[in-house]
Design a protein around this ligand. Structure first.
Ligand SMILES: *[C@@H]1O[C@H](CO)[C@@H](O)[C@H](O)[C@H]1NC(C)=O
Ligand SMILES: *[C@@H]1O[C@H](CO)[C@@H](O)[C@H](O)[C@H]1NC(C)=O
Ligand SMILES: *[C@@H]1O[C@H](CO)[C@@H](O)[C@H](O)[C@H]1NC(C)=O
Ligand SMILES: *[C@@H]1O[C@H](CO)[C@@H](O)[C@H](O)[C@H]1NC(C)=O
Ligand SMILES: *[C@@H]1O[C@H](CO)[C@@H](O)[C@H](O)[C@H]1NC(C)=O
Ligand SMILES: *[C@@H]1O[C@H](CO)[C@@H](O)[C@H](O)[C@H]1NC(C)=O
Ligand SMILES: *[C@@H]1O[C@H](CO)[C@@H](O)[C@H](O)[C@H]1NC(C)=O
Ligand SMILES: *[C@@H]1O[C@H](CO)[C@@H](O)[C@H](O)[C@H]1NC(C)=O
Ligand SMILES: *[C@@H]1O[C@H](CO)[C@@H](O)[C@H](O)[C@H]1NC(C)=O
Ligand SMILES: *[C@@H]1O[C@H](CO)[C@@H](O)[C@H](O)[C@H]1NC(C)=O
Length: 633
C-alpha cells in the first residue's frame, strides 16, 4: 500500500518535469533496441549492419501533452548520424528516420520497406500516430520521393508531407550547399517543433559547422492530433538490399526548450572506412597474370549485378547462384555465376582449364567471358541468355512452350555442342551435367550448353577414398553411380535423358504423390514395348509434330540410356542419326526386347557407399520398384 503511494507520487512528479536527455555516445545509455540495432564497444549506436531492420528508442514514455485532447508541447532534438555504404558514396541502402511513435518497437514495421516504420496496409492511416523525419538516400516514386538524397517529414504516412534535397544554408549568407547522405561523413540534424506557432523545422549541417540559422525544411503543422499524450522517441532504419550501415553518434532531446548541445569531441569515432577495400578484395596470384583479359574486377561485377541483389537472381543450381548483370563500362548484359569453393588446391589447374575452355567458341556453347577469384569463391562471367533455361518451357504447365520444330532444333544444337566438346576440340571435354536446366536459350531460341567443365572443380583436391558424384539424379549413368567415373559415355547417357524430357515434357524422374516415382525412361520403354512409342509424347505439342522425328528422338533417347556404356552411341553417331545421315539401328536388335533395356541406373542408386554432394540439392527419394518399371520387365 505504502509502496504504491510512493510510486504514484514519483510518476506524477516526473510527468510534471520537462524531459531532457543527452547522449554523447551511447555507452551508458539504456536504449530499447530491437532488430539488428546494437551499441558498439566504443559507444556508437549501429542501427543496421548490412542487413535487416533496427530500432532504437529512448526506453521511457515521453509526455507530449497535458491531456489527451490538449495541444502538444514544443520539443527540440538533435542528433549526429552517418550512413556508411559499402559502395562508397555512389549507391546507398535505405535511410534513417527519427521517429515519434505510440510504441517503442514499431512491431508493425517491415524490413526493407517503409523505413521500417510502417507496413503496406497501415501506411497512411491516421490511427498510426507517427511523426517521422526521414533521411532517405533512396528515391521511391510511390511515396513521392523527390530524389535519392532527400530529407522529408512523414506524418502517419511515408508519402512525404514535405521534403527537400539534402543540404544546408551556410551561415553569413554563405549560400546553399549540397550534402550527400551516404557520403559516410557524420552530419548533424536538428528537429524543432514550436507548439504555439505549430511549426516544424528540420535543419541539417556537416558535423563541423554551427547550426545554420535557416532551416532546411519548415512546415506549418499542428502535431496535437498526431502525438498522443505519451509517446516514444527513437530511430528506425532498414539496410535495404545494398550493403549499408547506419550509425547514430550522439543524441539529445528537450521538451519545451532547446535540445542540449552535443559535445562533438566526446562522440565516439566511426570505424575506419576501410570496408571498400576489403569488400572488393580479390585473389590474384602470379600465375593468373596471363589471364589478364579474362579477369574481371570484383567491383565491376558487384556494380553490374547491383550488389548481387536478390532481384537480379536468375537461378540457383548445383554449383551456385547466377545473377544477371550489366557491365557498367560496356553496357553488355552478362550472367555471373558465383561458385563457392573453399579449397585452393587445384584452383590453378581448374582456372587454366576453364579459361582454355572459355576460349572455345561454338554456337551451341554459352560463351564464357571471364572470371574473378575471391576468397572462398569463384565468379564466372557468361554471355546473358535472354530466354533463360530450357526446363522452364518443358514442365510444370509452362506459360510458354516450344513447338516441335523449335525442340528439334534445340536437340540438334545440344548434340552439336556436345559433339564439339567430346571430339572436335583438341582435348576431350566431358560436360558431366547435361540436362534441360543447363541448356540456355538465346533471343532466337538457339540452344547453348552451359556449365561445361564446372564439374571438374569438384575433382581437384578431392579425397580419393570417397567417390563424389557430380551430376543430377535421373541423368546419371549407372556406371557413374557405381564407379564415380565420368566419360563421354556418361554424357551420352545424360543426353539420352535430355532427349526424352524434351520430347515428353517431363523430368527424368517425377514424383507423383507418396513414394510413386515415374521414371521417364521406363515409361518410354513400356510405350515402345507396346509398339506405340508416340504415346509418351508431350501433350503440349498437340498434333503439330513430325512423327518420324519424334520417334527418332524417343528411340535415340532409349538407346543412349543403355546400361552398357559401350552400347550407347557416340555423339558423332548421335549427330548423324539426328541429321538422318544414317538410320537408327532397330532397338530390338540390341538385345533390348525381352529383358528390357536393363535400365540399371536404378541399381547404382541403391549403393549407399556412394556419397552425393549436397550441391545436387535433390533428395534421394527414388524407389526402384516403381509400377512402371516392373510392368516393363
Ligand atoms: C534536464 O532534466 C533534469 C532532470 O532529469 C533537470 O534537473 C534539468 O533541470 C533539466 N534541464 C533543463 C535545461 O531543463
Ligand atoms: C548483425 O547483427 C546481428 C545481431 O547483432 C548479428 O547476428 C549479425 O551477425 C550481424 N551481421 C554482421 C554482418 O555483422
Ligand atoms: C532500462 O530501461 C528499462 C525499460 O526499458 C528499465 O526496465 C530498466 O530498469 C532500465 N535500466 C537501467 C539501468 O536504467
Ligand atoms: C476534451 O475536450 C472536450 C471538448 O472539446 C471536453 O469536453 C473534454 O472534457 C476534454 N477532455 C479532457 C480529458 O480534457
Ligand atoms: C500544461 O500544463 C502546465 C501546467 O499544468 C502548463 O503550464 C502548460 O502551459 C500546459 N501546456 C500546454 C501546452 O497546454
Ligand atoms: C500492418 O499494421 C497493422 C496495424 O497498424 C496490422 O493490423 C497489420 O496486420 C499489419 N500488416 C502487415 C502486413 O504486417
Ligand atoms: C546541388 O544539388 C542539386 C540537385 O539536388 C543540383 O541541381 C545542384 O547543381 C547541386 N549544386 C551543387 C553546387 O553541386
Ligand atoms: C523555424 O524556422 C523559422 C524560419 O527560419 C523561424 O522563424 C522559426 O522560429 C523556427 N521555429 C523553430 C521552432 O525553430
Ligand atoms: C492515441 O490517441 C487516440 C485519440 O486521442 C486514441 O484513439 C489512440 O488509442 C491512442 N493510441 C495509443 C497507442 O495510445
Ligand atoms: C525471348 O527473347 C526475346 C529477346 O529478348 C524476347 O523478345 C522474347 O519475349 C523472349 N521470349 C520468351 C518466351 O521469353
Amino acid at each position: 500500500m505504502f509502496f504504491k503511494l510512493v510510486i504514484v507520487i514519483l510518476v506524477s512528479l516526473a510527468a510534471a518535469e520537462d524531459l531532457n536527455f543527452t547522449y554523447n555516445g551511447f555507452l551508458s545509455a539504456n536504449l530499447s533496441l530491437d532488430g539488428v540495432a546494437q551499441v558498439t564497444s566504443n559507444g556508437l549506436l549501429k542501427l543496421t549492419n548490412d542487413t535487416g531492420l533496427g530500432h532504437a528508442f529512448y526506453p521511457n514514455p515521453v509526455t507530449f501533452k497535458n491531456s489527451s485532447n490538449a495541444t502538444a508541447f514544443s520539443f527540440s532534438t538533435t542528433f549526429v548520424f552517418a550512413i556508411r555504404s559499402g559502395l562508397g558514396p555512389r549507391l546507398g541502402g535505405h535511410g534513417i528516420a527519427f521517429v515519434i511513435a505510440p510504441t517503442r518497437g514499431l512491431p508493425r514495421g517491415i524490413p526493407n520497406q517503409y523505413l521500417g516504420v510502417f507496413n503496406e496496409t497501415n501506411n497512411g492511416n491516421a490511427n498510426n500516430h507517427i511523426f517521422a523525419v526521414e533521411l532517405d538516400p533512396v528515391q521511391n516514386p510511390e511515396f513521392g520521393d523527390i530524389n535519392n538524397n532527400h530529407v522529408g517529414i512523414d506524418i502517419n504516412d511515408l508519402r512525404l508531407v514535405n521534403s527537400t534535397p539534402v543540404g544546408y544554408h551556410a551561415l553569413n549568407n554563405g549560400g546553399f550547399r549540397n550534402l550527400t547522405l551516404i557520403s559516410g561523413q557524420p552530419m548533424q540534424v536538428w528537429v524543432d517543433y514550436d507548439g504555439i506557432q505549430k511549426q516544424i523545422n528540420v535543419t541539417l549541417g556537416p558535423i563541423n559547422v554551427d547550426k545554420p540559422h535557416i532551416p532546411l525544411l519548415s512546415l506549418k503543422y499542428d502535431l496535437s492530433t498526431v502525438l498522443n499524450m505519451t509517446m516514444y522517441v527513437g530511430f528506425s532504419s532498414t539496410a535495404g538490399s545494398l550493403v549499408t550501415s547506419h550509425y547514430i553518434l550522439g543524441w539529445s532531446f528537450e521538451m519545451n526548450g532547446q535540445a542540449p548541445e552535443l559535445v562533438l569531441s566526446q562522440l565516439p569515432k566511426l570505424p575506419p572506412d576501410r570496408r571498400r577495400k576489403k569488400k572488393f578484395a580479390e585473389l590474384l596470384e602470379d600465375w593468373e597474370l596471363e589471364y589478364g583479359p579474362q579477369r574481371f574486377k570484383y567491383k565491376e561485377l558487384y556494380m553490374a549485378t547491383k550488389g548481387f541483389r536478390e532481384k537480379e537472381l536468375l537461378g540457383s543450381g548445383g554449383f551456385g547462384k547466377v545473377y544477371k548483370g550489366i557491365l557498367p563500362s560496356s553496357k553488355t548484359e552478362i550472367a555471373v555465376k558465383r561458385v563457392s569453393h573453399e579449397s585452393r588446391q587445384g584452383m590453378k589447374e581448374f582456372v587454366a582449364e576453364i579459361i582454355s575452355i572459355g576460349r572455345l567458341r561454338h554456337r551451341n556453347l554459352v560463351p564464357l567471358l571471364g572470371y574473378c577469384r575471391r576468397k572462398g569463391e569463384l565468379l564466372l562471367v557468361y554471355d546473358y541468355m535472354p530466354n533463360g533455361s530450357l526446363d522452364k518451357y518443358l514442365y510444370d504447365q509452362p506459360v510458354v512452350t516450344l513447338n516441335w520444330r523449335q525442340r528439334f532444333r534445340v536437340i540438334k544444337g545440344v548434340a552439336s555442342g556436345l559433339f564439339y566438346l567430346h571430339e572436335e576440340w583438341e582435348q576431350v571435354v566431358v560436360h558431366r551435367d547435361v540436362k534441360a536446366s543447363n541448356i540456355l536459350l538465346d533471343s532466337e531460341f538457339n540452344a547453348k550448353l552451359g556449365d561445361f567443365g564446372l564439374a571438374r572443380l569438384y575433382d581437384h583436391g578431392k579425397d580419393p577414398k570417397t567417390t563424389r558424384i557430380v551430376g543430377t539424379l535421373g541423368y546419371l549413368a549407372p556406371e557413374n553411380a557405381r564407379l564415380g567415373r565420368d566419360t563421354t559415355h556418361t554424357d551420352v547417357f545424360s543426353f539420352g535423358a535430355f532427349l526424352l524430357e524434351v520430347a515428353c515434357g517431363r523430368r527424368p524422374i517425377e514424383t507423383q504423390g507418396q513414394d510413386l516415382d515415374v521414371v521417364l525412361v521406363d515409361l518410354v520403354f513400356s510405350c515402345w514395348k507396346r509398339s506405340n512409342i508416340l504415346e509418351a509424347i508431350d501433350l503440349n505439342l498437340g498434333s503439330e509434330f513430325v512423327a518420324e522425328e519424334v520417334e527418332l528422338v524417343l528411340k535415340l533417347g532409349l538407346l543412349c540410356s543403355h546400361s552398357e556404356p559401350s552400347a550407347r552411341p557416340s555423339m558423332r553417331q548421335v549427330v548423324h542419326y539426328l541429321e538422318g545421315d544414317i538410320p537408327l539401328p532397330a532397338l530390338s536388335s540390341l538385345g533390348l526386347s525381352s529383358g528390357g533395356l536393363k535400365f540399371a541406373h536404378h541399381e547404382g542408386f541403391d549403393d549407399s557407399a556412394t556419397s552425393y554432394p549436397s550441391s545436387m540439392g535433390k533428395e534421394m527419394s527414388y524407389v526402384p520398384e516403381s509400377t512402371l518399371l516392373s510392368g516393363g520387365r
